[in-house]
Design a binder for this molecule. Structure first.
Ligand SMILES: [Zn+2]
Length: 74
């Protein structure tokens, strides 16, 4: 991700960094309700990251769950 592509919620930003470190692809989508996606290229599964989730902590946990599920795919 480039500069300016950071998520405004630091818990989520940290989870996105972790996803990248595990080899998952993080894309920033500029549409209104969606911040972007975490994508597992080998199995084409993706997780939708919201801009303003009701709970940033929960969203970060879900991203971590996605990482744990897919870190073995590559
Ligand atoms: Zn996968």
């Amino acid at each position: 991700m480039g500069i300016g592509d950071r998520h405004q919620k630091k818990d989520i930003e940290a989870a996105l960094r972790r996803a990248e470190a595990c080899g998952l692809k993080v894309t920033h989508d500029k549409s209104r309700h969606t911040w972007g996606y975490v994508i597992c290229c080998p199995c084409s599964d993706k997780f939708t990251v919201h801009c303003t989730p009701q709970s940033a902590g929960n969203e970060a946990k879900k991203i971590n769950g996605f990482i744990n599920k897919h870190r073995g795919c590559a």
